[in-house]
Design a protein around this ligand. Structure first.
Ligand code: NDP
Length: 247
């Protein structure tokens, strides 16, 4: 259970982030949602979190901008009293074959998925150190582990998230702070709804568990890593992909 804990979820307004916010709230955590999208959506999700009997705070924040990140984190701390669990979930895709991918497409995806994750960790690093406690869960992707045609930018960013996760795990282990990653496969969200549906259906035929994942499947793994049961796990990557990528 997560009573008395505060969880901060980036990109928490919808999709996987929303499922994570609701799962952590259902376990008793107060939840902060930082999202760059429509504030009304973040507020609606915060309302669903509150309906579970815990506190919620939502703010608009583009995680690629360190000024916005530091300001938003300060507001979260003011509203909820500190952060115990950081879930770096916000992410974007700009899929194209590398031949057609522009330098801007590459930078945009690296900026949100990798740099944004780093900036969030940086903004809370000293707090976690001082508390000698904390959980960081980064949402990677199997695309970062196995590559995926059309996702040079996305795969590179998510592989970077795995490297970042392991480095932060090593840096903060002596302070009793864990840092792990969850690598989803194909999950039913607005992100996959925007993909080429024929290609998606073809890929899904290769999923051993014979279905796409649900945001709640990812949220379960995050909740485990955020909870007491995962106290001795750090620097690891848990795949939530129906067996799509097995090493
Ligand atoms: P969605 O696109 O449904 O949701 C992502 C959320 O992140 C949106 O609310 C979006 O807001 C927000 N966001 C985007 N950019 C920023 C930013 N710069 N700062 C703050 N918030 C931002 O994605 P999913 O729920 O599908 O994905 C969540 C995570 O899971 C991502 O990291 C993704 O890479 C990863 N993942 C998803 C998979 C899938 O199959 N869906 C598979 C593997 C990994 P806005 O409205 O502005 O877009």
């Amino acid at each position: 259970m997560l009573q008395g804990k505060v969880a901060l979820v980036t990109g928490g307004a919808r999709g996987i982030g929303k499922a994570i916010a609701l799962k952590l709230a259902s376990l008793g955590a107060d939840v902060a949602i930082l999202d760059a999208g429509d504030p009304a959506l973040s507020e609606a999700t915060a309302g669903e979190v509150r309906a579970l009997g815990v506190k919620a705070f939502a703010a608009r924040c583009d995680i690629t901008d360190f000024d916005q990140v530091t300001e938003a984190v300060a507001k979260v701390k003011e509203a909820l009293g500190g952060v115990d669990i950081l879930v770096n979930n916000a992410g974007i895709t700009r899929d194209k074959l590398a031949l057609r991918m522009t330098p801007e497409d590459f930078d945009a995806v690296l900026s949100v998925n990798l740099k944004g994750t780093f900036l969030m960790i940086k903004a809370l690093y000293a707090d976690f150190m001082k508390k000698r406690a904390g959980r960081i869960v980064n949402i990677a992707s199997i695309s970062g582990l196995m590559g995926n045609a059309g996702q040079a930018n996305y795969s590179a960013s998510k592989a970077g998230v795995v490297g970042l996760t392991k480095t932060i795990a090593r840096e903060l282990a002596a302070r009793n702070v864990t840092c792990n990653a969850v690598a989803p496969g194909f999950i039913e969200t607005p992100m996959t709804a925007n993909m080429n549906q024929d290609a998606l259906q073809e890929a899904c035929k290769a999923i051993p568990l014979r279905r796409m994942g649900k945001p709640e499947d990812v949220a379960e793994a995050v909740a485990f890593l955020a909870g007491d049961g995962a106290a001795y796990i750090t620097g690891s990557v848990i795949n939530v992909d129906g067996g799509f990528f097995m090493r």
